[in-house]
Design a binder for this molecule. Sequence first.
Ligand code: BGC
Length: 749
Amino acid sequence: MKKSKTRCLLLALALPCALGAWAGTDVPRTFTDPTRPLDERVEDALSRMTVQEKINIIHAQSKFSSPGVPRLGIPELWTDDGPHGVRPDVLWDEWDQAGQSNDSCVAFPALTCLAATWNPDMARLYGRSLGEEARYRGKDVILGPGVNIYRTPLNGRNFEYMGEDPRLASRMVVPYIQGLQSCGVAACVKHFALNNNEVNRHTTNVIVDDRTLYEIYLPAFQAAVTEGDAWSIMGAYNLFGDEHLCHNGRMLNDILKKEWGFKGVVVSDWGGTHDTAQAIANGLDLEFGSWTDGLANGTSNAYDNYYMAQPYFNLIASGKVGTAELDDKARRVLRLIMLTAMNPEPGFGSLCSEEHYDAARRIGDEGIVLLRNKGNVLPVTPREGMRILVVGENAIKMMTVGGGSSSLKAQRETSPLDGIRAAASRCGATVDYARGYVGDVTGEYNGVVTGQDLRDDRTPAELIAEACDKARGADVVIFVGGLNKSSGQDCEDSDRSGLGLPYGQDDVISALAAATPRLVVVNVSGNAVAMPWAERVPAIVQAWYLGSEAGNSIADVVFGAVNPSGKLPFTFPVRLEDSPAHALGAYPGVKRADSDIVDLEYKEGILVGYRWYDTKKIKPLFAFGHGLSYTDFKFGKATADRRDMTVDDTITFTVPVTNTGSRAGAEVVQLYVSDPKCSVMRPAKELKGFAKVWLEPGETKDVKITIHTGDLTYFDAGANFWVAEPGEFVASIGPASDNIKTTVKFNLK
Ligand code: BGC
């Protein structure tokens, strides 16, 4: 009896030793010493772990966490969405709310709004504020930011991303990541890559040429990794080259890890893993949300069934695969844990602080875009006795709940109506409200309820009649409408069915425009919408999803406490058919006869967004980079510090910009480059630099923008190399992509 017991014990010890190194615990623990170099600590921790422990840390133990190594005192890794605030806690094994009363947050504006600030300082402030909230809530990884390029205005998740231009997204994502990670909270940049629509998101196989991949869809991810040093990245649900992107050899091994030298962790999207062998070989490091959980069957530890759990262990134990890949994955996860959960530096963070509300408001203020302002209807100057009418469901609907995984439990959210009312009443103006239309009256996502009762049984005709009656007696009418976060609008897991505004809003706006000449339309959305009434409405404001401070930011701009300086991060087409993917019938793809796979060819190639409209000479409703101000800016003649560039060179352009109006304001100086004569097709122009400048009335500043020879290149897929052809280039500088004020020609020798 005794003998057999001893044999069991020996076996129990021998197995882990045989399957991986276990150095015991008598050696001093380098890995707990924060003064030691990170790589040394990681190697030390790794050398002490059994194979089973390594397997454990590369897959989830709950909906949002993976276990650490309890035996060694290495803590768990807690992730959470992302990207606009820290998501409320769900139950261990289920999506239902955990029902905590301490998991409310500040909701920051959606990333489209952040991109619309064109101000990297705002991105840093955003990341830092969110990081402090995450740190306080004990979250180690924030599942965001998202930098998938805006390819079609129908994509339900565009509001979570940073627009249609790789340069703008790159310049904004880097400081966001740096701000976030300065709090010891990892960014998990998503969804890598080519995840540009939601419909068929698990089955779409993207077909795209390499030039387009490198010029349009990869740069923001590359900047996030190589400049932002993102500590983790999330694979996308869909496929590329017939391989799911969560274990896609080309994307994860060849490009991300080899070409870009990524040292962080590749996290699967939730349920994005499909195969153990591919997960082992093709670069996935940490598996979450797999639908192999067997919970329905009552499996005692469902997570053991994950692709990178017991099935992986069994392959190693049977000698079918070695441990090299496992060590690499575990090493990366350990590094992530040491940078986050074991990071003693950044303190404890802070939650729902007034500083965070202030940050949310500043970002909202700077991101709101003034699209049109005929006759200077805006800003409204509220005065004693002034009658302001607010119309529209989005003036009262809470927008922080809904939209999918980015849904939040905001500690407070000021609605547009409340924000407008508060600001107006301070000046003695009165604010009345009319519903105008009934959209989606539900107010629940994943167990978080808004508590609003938005039901209204009146007919559209009755609602319009009431709004128009009131409008006729008002000094100014502010319509607040647009999309919302319900399925089929700006929402994960579905796309929109068309470009038009839903719920009959075009009729309401048209009727209001006929009833009053003093109409302001505030469009709340994360996507372009059709505006067939645009010419009949004097003032149009693009207000995004602004989070906790939505109403205050809108009031700041409408009443002129803030001079708008936001610029569109994507084009508003007149019609859906004008936009590239739809003009070419390249959405949502073609289902294969023999499987669920939907092949989606990006036929427009590099002509995405303004690159398409400019090159094809299609006039958009509002162009990329467009955004007005309450003051006027004059651009002087731009000059360059040299005429000729050579290989690995820079050139600096200087343009004097003057505020010729009577209010202080900010202008975004945008620099686009064209290569008029080239052996391959080049877009009419491409954004290569920008700078936001603040000017007092009458003030002039010289704005300088420097570009590098690399900014003149295109990707030569045959040579797998970036190429610039010698000859003449043109720098076009202005306040919008369709409003170039000054150009400079220069040569590449
Ligand atoms: C989404 C991710 C999200 C994850 C966790 C997935 O369905 O695509 O963006 O981070 O769920 O909530």
